[in-house]
Design a protein around this ligand. Structure first.
Ligand code: ADP
Ligand code: MG
Length: 475
């Protein structure tokens, strides 16, 4: 076989297995330099491409060549150029750079680090319903004004997967039922269509697995292909907390690939995120616009009636002895989110049991007073507030404290003033000192500005402030 033809055929196969990022970065300008008796020499355009091919893909290349020639060639790699990293070199801790991105698509070191520490194991889960928890279903999902739309859409999706709302994205703050709803959809579909392959995974798991696959391709040539197939062969794909993939180039690219594949094949896709897709910073526009093509709904915080209903349902489910009055007390006092509400319930029950007293309103008061006090005493530092605001708006802390007056900075700066007042209850003078020695009247003006925006129903700002507050309180 002619070297050129042989290599083209090998590349054709590799393209299917290798992630697009890697393929476009390392493979396009490679060719077979010479074919000898026992050895094939492959030419790479630069050192990095050479290193990557050598370390990660030489086994694949060897076997693909064997498939085509019937011969077990030794494969060697050469390069004439000593070109090193051109832009944004990604350096492995202390070692020589491994990856030289030739375009903006880079695999981040932090992604790889994370992948080394955590890895999911789809293989150990049931083949048809990967990752679904049966306890999260529609029958124990309490419906209220805060989640009615999200629930209705979820139910419709579960009844007609791929035919009604596709994709379906549900978003909310933490602990308000997104994960529960995703599992409920999966469980319902699994019941009606046992033959369907349903995959539930979190954005973080998707990211970790991709990094794993990229890393392991060297030792196990098939992993990248397996990774691709795993998602593209799904009938239903439930992806939780998708916001995690934002800012990760390679991950977003693979996600987009799998998403499009399933979408075009009319497979149901359900996504959750901690905020509206258009508010996810560093999420590719082409991905967020895809999300907006389907149905987007949110879940709000539950009112006291929903909270009470959830607690009663939980009590009946678990068969615990605890009076309605006690449950009302818990529901009245814990209004942050459902996860905390459930936590408080468990706390009261456990406390009563440990103290060997009935789980009545007294026990609840004692158990929860502790919980409520620790929450208040959490003692949030002003520096943390500044940091979280800066991070949310993608700004440097020095920009918040600095003197530039562009709108992109002024609003976050005023939000910082507002939150330092509200959360830390700092005096205006102190806030001024903290934010680049500003006069207290400037601070007063800033806080008033935010207050009036909120009063005038600046919905976007309201939402932003509530997300920032939640991250500050949760961490
Ligand atoms: P999120 O994914 O939005 O952070 P989860 O789905 O993990 O929230 O919900 C947190 C907890 O609250 C879970 O135990 C879940 O079962 C429970 N929960 C949330 N919403 C409801 C609801 N409407 N009815 C009953 N339980 C709920
Ligand atoms: Mg969740």
């Amino acid at each position: 076989m002619e070297p050129e033809k042989l290599w083209r055929s090998v590349l054709g196969e590799l393209e299917l297995v290798v992630s697009p990022t890697y393929y476009n970065t390392f493979f396009p300008s490679t060719k077979i330099n010479k074919i000898e008796e026992e050895r094939i020499e492959i030419h790479c355009s630069n050192n990095f491409s050479k290193e990557i091919l050598q370390q990660k893909y030489s086994k694949d290349i060897k076997s693909l060549i064997k498939e085509r020639t019937g011969k077990n060639f030794d494969i060697t790699f050469t390069t004439t150029s000593n070109k090193v990293a051109v832009a944004e070199p990604v350096v492995f801790s202390g070692d020589a750079p491994l990856f030289s991105p030739s375009n903006s698509s880079t695999v981040k070191e932090e992604d790889l680090q994370q992948a080394r520490h955590t890895s999911t194991n789809y293989q150990t889960l049931e083949p048809q319903t990967q990752g679904l928890v049966p306890e999260y279903n529609f029958s124990n999902f309490i419906i209220g004004p805060n989640n009615r739309l999200a629930y209705t859409v979820a139910k419709t999706v579960a009844e007609n997967p791929g035919q009604s709302y596709n994709p379906y994205l549900v978003h909310s703050g933490v602990g308000l039922g997104k994960t529960h709803l995703l599992h409920a959809i999966g469980n319902e579909i699994a019941k009606n269509h046992p033959e369907y392959k349903i995959i539930y995974c979190t954005g973080q798991e998707f990211l970790n697995d991709l990094m794993d696959a990229l890393q392991n391709t060297r030792t196990n040539g098939g992993t990248a292909r397996e990774f691709k197939n795993r998602f593209t062969s799904a009938d239903v794909w439930l992806i939780d907390d998708v916001q995690v993939i934002a800012g990760r180039e390679a991950t977003q690219e693979e996600f987009y690939f799998a998403f499009n594949h399933l979408y075009l094949n009319k497979k149901q896709i359900v996504i959750s995120s901690d905020r509206h897709p258009s508010e996810i910073k560093k999420l590719h526009e082409r991905i967020s616009s895809r999300f907006n093509m389907g149905m987007v709904s949110d879940i709000q915080k539950p009112d006291v009636d929903v909270r009470t209903a959830i607690l009663r349902n939980k009590r009946d489910d678990l068969g615990v002895e605890i009076s309605n009055e006690t449950l009302d007390y818990i529901a009245d006092n814990i209004n942050s989110n459902i996860r905390e509400l459930e936590g408080a319930f468990t706390q009261v029950v456990t406390y009563a049991k440990a103290m060997n007293i009935p789980a009545d309103i007294n026990a609840a008061k004692q158990a929860l007073n502790d919980a409520l006090i620790t929450k208040e005493e959490k003692n949030i530092k002003p520096a943390k507030v500044v940091r979280e605001v800066a991070q949310f708006y993608n700004l440097e802390i020095r920009e918040i404290k600095g003197s530039r007056r562009t709108k992109q900075i002024v609003v976050p700066r005023q939000v910082t003033m507002f939150l330092l007042k509200e959360i830390n209850q700092l005096p205006l003078v102190q806030i001024g000192a903290l934010l680049g020695n500003r006069d207290h009247t400037t601070i007063m003006y800033g806080i008033e500005k935010i207050n009036s925006e909120l009063k005038n129903d600046n919905f976007k700002l309201k939402k932003e402030i509530s997300i920032i507050k939640e991250t500050i309180m949760d961490k």
